[in-house]
Design a protein around this ligand. Structure first.
Ligand SMILES: Cc1ncc(COP(=O)(O)O)c(C=O)c1O
Length: 387
């Protein structure tokens, strides 16, 4: 059998044209300070280490202590041997941090989002979603087996119109993200929650780029939007500002408990290992203690770098998240700009179709709290020379 045919062809013509492929850079170091690719040092404007916690000594020590005390793995799914007291306590700690009734921990947020909707929805239901939501939500929603309808990006009025045209469903779910990380936009979630209450729909928010980032204590979108007594569902990645890995789904106790027994991505997958559980607990402590200082550094880095980009005429989206999203006219321009940054030792993230609409592109810069003053100055210098 010929296993390699046209279906496995990836079009790398743009990378060939530029003699530059920004994807899968082989990183020879951690992400503290500068990143090593081969022998060259790069400033990290690409990782999601918003607060600069990934290489903190106290976090590393917590991870090591977890291994020493509990070993490498529970070698089982949470429904079996993976559900240690540590696992339970980490869930409780997350619930407390988020001010939600209960939480459940998945190996990743991708897995949580993919598993959530098939577990929640039934054939007579409807899922309405912001049409820019993350690929994991799209995949989960599409495999839910019920009707689905999109609403326009961050447009509560359009959501309302879609809801008005949606009679006769058993249950309606409304799905969005807090911070849309490609665009750098923030959802008007307080309005969306109100609309959901008016229409008796259940809101589901993915706060992967909001947890540890948004709100005056870093507790995410619910704090940022001042939503008390949230009665919907909440998901988030613990691999971005929280500098570990895993995904959390939180919300009303009854639904979370139902997921513990019905969600395939949880029941049939090895539990988050003890070291990471210790790491998550430690990061929640660090955020509770140090957020106001870290937040100031993060926002100041963003403001300076964003201003420099605007000054040289780059098309910056100016969102309210600590993300600098530069719109490009085409995928080729996107890779060209990424290459210019790269040649000047700055690592950024390019988004080209299918991650963004056909014909467009975005270069994303995340200026985390770990950037030193001197590094920011060098970055500003480089941007100043970009045309
Ligand atoms: C909005 C959003 N949701 C979910 C995920 C997946 O998270 P994880 O890396 O924990 O699987 C990501 C990561 O890219 C994301 O940006």
């Amino acid at each position: 059998m010929n296993t390699v045919d046209d279906r496995f062809f990836i079009d790398k013509s743009l990378a060939d044209l530029l003699d530059f492929n920004p994807y899968y850079p082989l990183v020879h170091s951690g992400i503290a300070g500068e990143i090593l690719i081969g022998r060259e040092k790069y400033f990290d404007l690409a990782s999601n280490d918003y607060l600069g916690l990934a290489s903190r000594p106290e976090l590393k020590e917590a991870l090591i202590a977890g291994v020493k005390k509990y070993g490498a793995s529970g070698c089982g799914t949470p429904i079996a041997t993976g559900y240690s007291t540590l696992f339970y306590e980490t869930e409780q700690k997350l619930s407390e941090f988020l001010q939600l009734q209960d939480s459940v921990l998945f190996p990743s947020c991708y897995q949580a989002n993919v598993g959530l909707f098939p577990a929640l929805a039934r054939p007579g239901d409807l899922i309405i979603f912001d049409h820019y939501v993350h690929a994991s939500l799209v995949q989960g929603i599409r495999s839910a087996g019920c009707r689905v309808k999109p609403f326009r990006h961050n447009d509560p009025e359009h959501l309302e119109k879609v809801l008005l045209r949606s009679d006769g469903f058993d249950r309606i779910f409304v799905v969005t993200e807090s911070v849309f990380s490609t665009e750098g936009t923030v959802a008007p979630f307080e309005k969306i929650v109100k609309i959901c209450r008016d229409f008796d729909a259940l809101p589901v928010i993915d706060d992967s780029h909001g947890i540890g980032v948004m709100g005056h204590r870093g507790r995410g979108i619910l704090e940022y939007c001042q939503i008390d007594e949230y009665d919907g569902l909440y998901t988030a990645s613990l691999g971005k500002a929280l500098a570990n890995c895993g995904g959390v789904v939180a919300g009303p106790k009854q639904i979370i408990d139902y997921l513990r027994y019905s969600c395939g991505g949880l029941i049939y997958s090895t539990a988050v290992p003890p070291s990471i559980l210790c790491g998550i607990g430690k990061v929640l402590d660090i955020i509770s203690r140090d957020f106001s200082r870290l937040m100031k550094k993060m926002w100041s880095a963003k403001a300076q770098i964003e201003a420099a980009c605007i000054k040289v005429g780059l098309d910056v989206s100016r969102g309210k998240a600590p993300i600098i999203s530069i719109r490009c006219e085409s995928p080729l321009e996107t890779l060209r700009l990424t290459q210019k940054f790269y040649e000047n030792h700055i690592l950024t993230t390019p988004f080209i179709p299918p991650s963004v609409p056909p014909g467009s592109g975005v270069v994303r810069l995340i200026a985390g709290a770990k950037l030193k003053k001197s590094q920011i100055e060098t970055i500003l210098d480089v941007i100043g020379k970009l045309k």
